[in-house]
Design a protein around this ligand. Structure first.
Ligand code: MRU
Length: 348
């Protein structure tokens, strides 16, 4: 299956990030020359989606290493450490961000004795490896996931867990791409995903580029669609999965899981193992990002709520493990009880 525009690209010592805030109407790249620009791109959602922000942060660490090289009398490792902490403060929920930064910091630690120039090259190789591994993991997730789907299927997805949310291919949408590549006839209903419309702006856009039959619905239509449209499965991505299989994903996912349960439609979560946080026992312990009220009150570029009205804007919610039919990772199809199957990496 042909992939669309690349989410990001490392070229000539710079990171070019596709500005997803401008999609679907404009394709523009932000040229990041320092790690603070990468932080800003993550914070403002120019790049978003759990695996993609992990990859962007890894390259952010490479940029910081480059900056540390030219800092006169500067302590290379201290600067790298500072950059890691700074990048990690960009968004709190997706664990892939911390996972990637830790991996880069660990490498720098292990190779502490190396010359800074040598370490820069090693860090660049590691970031490229993280990026390549992500694409490979998504393709494997896609293969496992598509094996769960019938030859002709109607699917429902929420937010964007596609090539835009990863280094390429996608998790939930990776499953869809693999199903289509396997010759299955797939129709996808896409929740528009309020307040920032990742579903209609990003998912519908990338599915249509790959010529997948796509229908956008407003989030509040999901119950009706589940009852009326013969949906075979709901499939979503994840920002962080707790040890017990509770899943944090874009706000609205929990409601969708409750609806799927009521309608006895399988609810699948597709994510790489880098999204599993074994240090978090239950979903309640996952930090949930709260974003600015303006995303709700004037997110469409027009005031849609009274001035000074109180607003609550959590960017994610937690779906309890008992509502999740299976978690698909690159290791296979994990079924409940998740505490055991996620740890053991059971497949099949
Ligand atoms: O706020 P966002 O757009 O970063 O939220 C993204 C999601 O919730 C995705 O579903 C999740 O990161 C999985 S991406 C493969």
């Amino acid at each position: 299956m042909e992939l669309g525009v690349k989410t990001m690209e490392w070229r000539d010592g710079r990171l070019y990030i596709l500005d997803q805030r401008l999609l679907p109407t404009d394709i523009q790249f932000i040229e990041c020359t320092d790690y603070k620009m990468v932080f800003e791109a993550i914070r403002t959602l120019a790049v978003r989606g759990a695996p993609a922000i992990g990859v962007a942060a890894a390259y952010g660490m490479v940029l910081s290493a480059g900056e540390a090289l030219s800092a006169k009398g500067g302590d290379f490792h201290r600067k790298l450490e500072e950059a890691g902490d700074y990048l990690a403060s960009s968004r709190p929920t997706a664990v892939n961000l911390f996972w990637a930064i830790d991996r880069m910091k660990r490498l720098a630690d292990v190779r502490k004795g190396s010359k800074p120039e040598e370490l820069y090259d090693l860090l660049l190789c590691e970031a490229q490896k993280i990026e390549e591994e992500d694409v490979a993991m998504c393709r494997t997730i896609g293969e496992w996931g598509q094996s769960l789907l019938p030859e002709e299927c109607v699917l429902l997805t929420h937010c964007n867990a596609g090539s835009l949310a990863t280094a390429g291919y996608g998790t939930a949408l990776g499953v869809i791409y693999s199903a289509v590549s396997a010759g299955k006839k797939v129709r996808v209903f896409v929740d528009e995903t309020r307040p920032l419309m990742q579903g209609s702006r990003l998912t519908a856009w990338e599915l249509m580029q790959s010529e997948v039959h796509t229908t956008i619905i407003c989030d509040n239509m999901a119950g009706h669609v589940l009852r009326e449209k013969g949906v075979d499965a709901v499939i979503v991505g994840a920002d962080r999965i707790a040890k017990n299989g509770d899943v944090a994903n874009k706000v609205g996912t929990y409601g969708l899981a409750v609806l799927a349960d009521y309608h006895q439609v399988p609810f699948y979560v597709a994510a790489p193992t880098s999204t599993i946080d074994f240090s978090i026992v239950r979903g309640e312990d996952i930090p949930i990002e709260e974003r600015d009220s303006s995303e709700i009150t004037e997110g469409m570029g027009k005031r849609t709520a009274p001035f000074a009205c109180e607003v609550y804007n959590p960017a994610f919610d937690v779906t309890p493990a008992r509502l999740v039919s299976a978690i698909i990772t690159e290791r296979g199809i994990h079924r409940p009880p998740y505490e055991k199957s996620l740890r053991e990496g059971e497949g099949g």
